[in-house]
Write a protein that binds this ligand. Structure first.
Ligand SMILES: [Zn+2]
Ligand SMILES: [Zn+2]
Length: 152
């Protein structure tokens, strides 16, 4: 955990407390993993989170991970982005959008200003993509360099 990861987790824990939710090992573990993911792909699937928690020695049920994520999304602490048939979860504290490789599911975060024109265009046709925390805003699907190379 880097300092900024710890700060993000602490801020999220404060928001949980204000919502009357205790800082359980499962909640803390999910937040730790999501904060740690920010430096790379940014988002994790439920199964990735579940496996990571077990690997850290946090005894959780898969259903608990689902419930924790639902709470985090409801509170706007996390948001979701669909990749293929799975849903990925990421911290929503830092306003961002997403570029996703539709082949391997790799993902990078895009700064809000990079897709400002898309957000404005969507609003002009009546769709508000302002990041409410529920949905991951603008998602650009494509193929990453590795998958393009593999496809020859
Ligand atoms: Zn995200
Ligand atoms: Zn790829």
């Amino acid at each position: 955990m880097t300092t900024s990861e710890t700060e993000r987790v602490n801020a999220a824990v404060q928001r949980l407390r204000r919502a009357g939710l205790r800082n359980t090992a499962a909640r803390r573990g999910v937040l730790d993993q999501l904060a740690h993911a920010v430096g790379g792909r940014g988002h994790l699937t439920v199964n990735e989170l579940y496996r990571a928690l077990l690997a850290r020695g946090v005894a959780v049920e898969l259903s608990t991970v689902h419930r924790v994520l639902r709470q985090l999304v409801e509170l706007g602490i996390a948001h979701t982005v669909p990749v293929g048939r799975t849903t990925t979860f990421g911290l929503a504290d830092d306003a961002h959008h997403h570029a996703v490789c539709g082949t391997c599911g790799d993902m990078r975060q895009l700064p809000a200003e990079a897709v400002a024109a898309s957000v404005a265009a969507a609003r002009a046709v009546g769709i508000d993509t302002e990041l409410s925390g529920q949905a991951g805003g603008v998602v650009v699907y494509g193929r990453c360099a590795r998958c393009l190379t593999a496809a020859g």
